[in-house]
Design a protein around this ligand. Structure first.
Ligand code: SF4
Length: 90
């Protein structure tokens, strides 16, 4: 995929803040200026964010992110998860 602007300048609506933010913000908006835990889920449809992070983060930090991040879910998985939560809520 080719992008006609620097990746750090890409913008999207942030589901946490409810406003438009740049990818640059996502890189530092986690705890202790770490990347946001939703970064994979928020950006995977726009570009190969996992590859970008693997290339640009220290290996230990990248591995920590992969172990703790909110990963993209497909619609079927999300629906099944909602049904399971509803069943438990009864
Ligand atoms: S990665 Fe975090 S800061 Fe960036 S848009 Fe998603 S929720 Fe907002």
């Amino acid at each position: 995929m080719s992008l006609d602007q620097p990746i750090e300048d890409l913008e999207r609506r942030c589901p946490r803040l409810g406003s438009s933010i740049s990818f640059q913000y996502c890189l530092i908006s986690g705890e202790d200026d770490f990347v946001c835990w939703k970064i994979l889920d928020c950006w995977w449809e726009t570009f190969d964010v996992e590859r970008y992070l693997k290339k640009n983060m220290p290996e230990a930090e990248f591995n920590h992110l992969m172990a703790t991040a909110d990963k993209p879910k497909n619609k079927i998985s999300s629906i099944i998860e909602i049904i399971e939560k509803a069943k438990k809520g009864r």
